[in-house]
Design a protein around this ligand. Structure first.
Ligand SMILES: [Zn+2]
Length: 431
């Protein structure tokens, strides 16, 4: 029979409102699409193609001109990420499901077959409308976007290999966790959210960007403060947990916070009183050993308008509780705030022998808590000077007394001659 070149094309999307609170269609990029064709009722594979960054795909195949039905399947798997269904306990048995996204109900003429846009969404017919599949599609979009954005910012931010998100996971544990050995994040149905997915993914990122081992490294149980760990290791564990929660929130804000009406906001630091009253942390050492304390400390590191906020003392509840409060009096001649981002925080994990830090961030050393992270940040990040770092370490101390405005000109008394001497508060700036 005479042959012809068939061309089958379509587009994959997911519609969701979990990421920003606004219903939005997202492209599903680099998804594996399998085209199956049948005449006389038996399907045979014509091969696989991948979607482009807009979710579009095209497969060309030379075949005879017989009318056919087509069935299209999608798998959320490539060389760097796989979204699996956790039905079995053995990692080798995990399946990345082939989801049917389209099927003809009758045979059609070739050679050009337009499948059109197939969108995972609530209310869609067939497998496109199943909640589990929709969430797997959102998980794919989320994680691929984060991985791509990380790589675009700095090649150091890449993962060391393929990671797996297991959803829905029904084995091993009733709460989500990430396993650095199997490189899997396990998420149960009741726990699924973009926040949880990125929290667990951030644990996996941490595993790939730290140094040393600890007996808890195989499985960090989430949510935070599920305390099965020994006190001797509490500081690095708290850092691991606090970092994961911070990174999830900071990435959601950094990547999706600018979309119209997005609910994603920059993580905010707490006032000193909130550290005591809300988190029950009475010393900076307790802050270091608390997941939530670490989260709020990292939020301070990347906060904005540092010199327009005051943090109060441990006994005074500010109107902005639990957050630091905007100052009502204008400040002037304040130092330049560091304006750090999540990307700066990730960069601090990297070894920097020239700055005195020969290894990546350590996980098996109890000195590696958030205070040491701030000190390392000041050594490796050009935008963070020693004086600003010292101020920040005071601001996360429930017993501290400094306010950011103490470094601004307006807090000074006029000199005896009535002339304000500006040169007294020049701030150190490093390039
Ligand atoms: Zn966690």
């Amino acid at each position: 029979m005479a042959q012809q070149m068939w061309e089958i094309s379509g587009k994959l999307q997911v519609e969701e409102s979990d990421i920003t609170g606004v219903t939005t269609r997202r492209p599903l990029a680099n998804v594996e699409v399998e085209v199956m064709a049948s005449n006389f009722g038996v399907y045979a594979s014509w091969g696989e193609v991948r979607t482009n960054s807009d979710g579009e795909w095209t497969l060309r195949k030379e075949k005879d001109k017989s009318k056919r039905k087509f069935k299209i399947k999608a798998r959320f798997a490539d060389s760097e990420l796989e979204v699996n269904t956790g039905l079995l306990a053995n990692i080798e048995d995990y399946l990345s499901p082939a989801i049917v996204v389209f099927e003809h109900d009758h045979e059609v003429e070739g050679p050009d077959i337009q499948i059109g846009t197939r969108c995972f969404k609530a209310g869609a017919s067939g497998e496109l409308g199943e909640l589990t599949n929709i969430r797997q599609a959102i998980t794919w979009y989320l994680c691929k976007t984060v991985i791509n954005t990380m790589q675009a910012n700095d090649s150091y931010f890449s993962f060391d290999g393929k990671i797996h998100i297991v959803y829905p996971s029904n084995v091993v544990s009733n709460i989500p966790y990430a396993n650095g050995v199997t490189r899997c994040a396990y998420i149960q149905t009741a726990w699924w959210s973009p926040d949880t997915v990125l929290h667990e993914m951030s644990h996996l990122w941490n595993y790939d960007h730290n140094y040393g081992t600890a007996n808890w490294i195989g499985a960090v149980l989430c949510p935070p403060d599920f305390d099965t760990h020994s006190l001797a290791e509490r500081r690095p564990i708290a850092f691991h947990e606090g970092f994961a929660e911070y990174a999830a929130q900071a990435l959601l804000h950094e990547i999706w916070g600018n979309e119209p009406n997005s609910i994603r906001e920059r993580p905010l630091p707490y006032s000193r009183n909130a550290l005591v009253e809300s988190l029950h942390l009475h010393t900076r050492d307790e802050v270091e050993q608390s997941d939530q304390g670490v989260f709020r400390a990292l939020a301070l590191l990347t906060s904005r308008a540092l010199y327009k906020r005051r943090f109060g003392d441990k006994d005074t509840r500010l109107d902005s509780y639990p957050y630091a409060q905007a100052v009502s009096t204008p400040t002037r001649d304040c130092p330049e705030p560091p304006r750090l981002t999540i990307w700066d925080v990730l960069k601090v994990f990297q070894a920097n022998p020239g700055a005195g830090w020969p290894t990546e961030w350590q996980v098996g050393n109890n000195d590696y808590g958030v205070v040491r992270f701030f000190e390392r940040a000041a050594d490796v990040l050009p935008a963070l000077d020693e004086a600003t770092k010292d101020l920040m370490l005071n601001l996360i101390d429930p017993n501290g007394t400094l306010e950011p405005q103490s470094r601004c000109e307006s807090s000074l008394e006029p000199s005896p001659g009535g002339v304000i001497t500006h040169e007294t508060v020049t701030s150190p700036t490093r390039l």
